[in-house]
Ligand binder design. Structure first.
Ligand code: 8OZ
Length: 357
């Protein structure tokens, strides 16, 4: 019997139905960067999650880094997302929008030939996914100091659009090598202004965004995602433990919704000695654990109070009724990797629920 995952918890003024979170997953099914009815159906099918966090959703045109990923910075996009928030709410679910700026993990093809922006002019190793296939990442343009308030404003505006679209809150994507993570880590941030150098300086952009977004929609509706050991997107730091202990401590005392931690390295390369319990101890709010959890490990991590909630990615992708399956210990559908990124309903809204043939 699954017990701990089904105990009460409140978030952003709502009593959640369980402690299982649907992790954000990029699926590239939003042509023209606009969320659509098929996406609304996908999320509504998964409304049994205690909380759904959407796929990465751009805060501006400048933030785009992949084909067919949704945005939340204009009226059409907000209208598109309202289909999803209404459909999820109709099934008593809760849904946060993940606010995303790709920074250097992008390509001039998405920006009329202009360079992507980043803290410093350092190219990531690897390739961008463009409309014309894989192309090597380019050296990005380092943001000028006076441009930074404009970046913060992009997040404020996107959060206001998300609120208007009916989201229950937003998650600031500070993980996985995208813009905010590029500022936090010293491998990609070699600035000499107040946004580079010391830990305080490298964390400044994140904190300015959190403060501005919190003032816009309420701090209890703002979560933050970090990924201290993840080397995905060629991101690195000389001392991840010190860096992310500082990040977690700096996010405390603000009444945030949660801190969401990707606890694994998606590339299998970086420091296996990182101690996530130090993050938990440094942050004074709810902690969402993520990274390859199955039902039993999730039960354990909640029981031991090492986490308050657990986010599941691929299991939710392939099992629209994952909480029910965990509750009764039913077998899980297998995920089809070939339909993860791009495509249509197949591998998206056609995974069967229990009892459906
Ligand atoms: C996989 C492919 C494309 C984007 C992330 C938004 O890692 C992503 C992403 C993952 O956070």
């Amino acid at each position: 019997m699954s017990k701990n995952l089904f105990t009460n918890i409140e978030l952003a003024g709502h009593k959640l139905s369980n402690r299982m979170v649907m992790a954000p997953m990029t699926r590239n099914r939003a042509p023209d960067n606009i969320a659509n009815a098929m996406m609304a159906e996908h999320y509504a099918q998964r409304a049994g999650a205690g909380l759904i966090i959407t796929e990465g959703t751009q805060v501006s045109e400048q933030a785009v880094g992949y084909p067919a990923t949704p945005g939340i910075y204009n009226q059409q996009q907000a209208k598109g997302w309202k289909l999803a928030t209404d459909a999820v709410h109709a099934k008593d679910g809760r849904i946060f929008a993940q606010l995303w700026h790709c920074g250097r993990i992008s390509h001039p093809d998405f920006h009329d030939g202009e360079l992507p922006v980043a803290p410093s002019a350092i190219a990531a190793a690897g390739d961008a996914f463009t409309f014309e296939g894989l192309k090597p990442f380019v050296e990005p343009r380092a943001l000028e100091t006076p441009e930074i308030p404009g970046i913060v404003e992009q997040y404020r505006h996107a959060a206001a659009c998300a609120d208007q679209a009916g989201f229950d809150g937003v998650e600031i994507h500070a993980a996985n090598g995208y813009l905010i993570d590029q500022f936090i880590r010293d491998g990609s941030n070699q600035r000499t202004d107040q946004y580079g150098g010391s830990l305080e300086n490298r964390t400044r952009l994140l904190l300015e965004i959190v403060t501005t977004v919190g003032n816009e929609i309420g701090f209890d509706k703002v979560g933050v995602r970090i990924s201290p050991v993840n080397a995905f997107n060629d991101i690195s730091d000389s001392d991840p433990q010190a860096t992310f202990n500082h990040v977690a401590a700096s996010l405390s005392g603000r009444g945030l919704a949660y801190l969401h931690v990707v606890e694994v390295d998606m590339t299998g390369q970086s420091d296996p000695d990182f101690d996530v319990s130090q993050l938990r101890a440094s942050f004074d709010g709810r902690y969402i654990a993520n990274g390859g959890y199955d039902r039993d490990r999730a039960e354990q991590v909640i029981a031991s109070k090492a986490a308050d909630m657990v986010a599941f990615g691929i299991p939710f992708l392939a099992n629209p009724d994952l909480p029910e399956r965990f509750r009764i210990d039913a077998p899980l559908n297998e995920a089809d990797q070939t339909t993860f990124y791009g495509g249509n309903e197949h591998g998206y809204t056609d995974y069967p629920a229990l009892g459906a043939d």
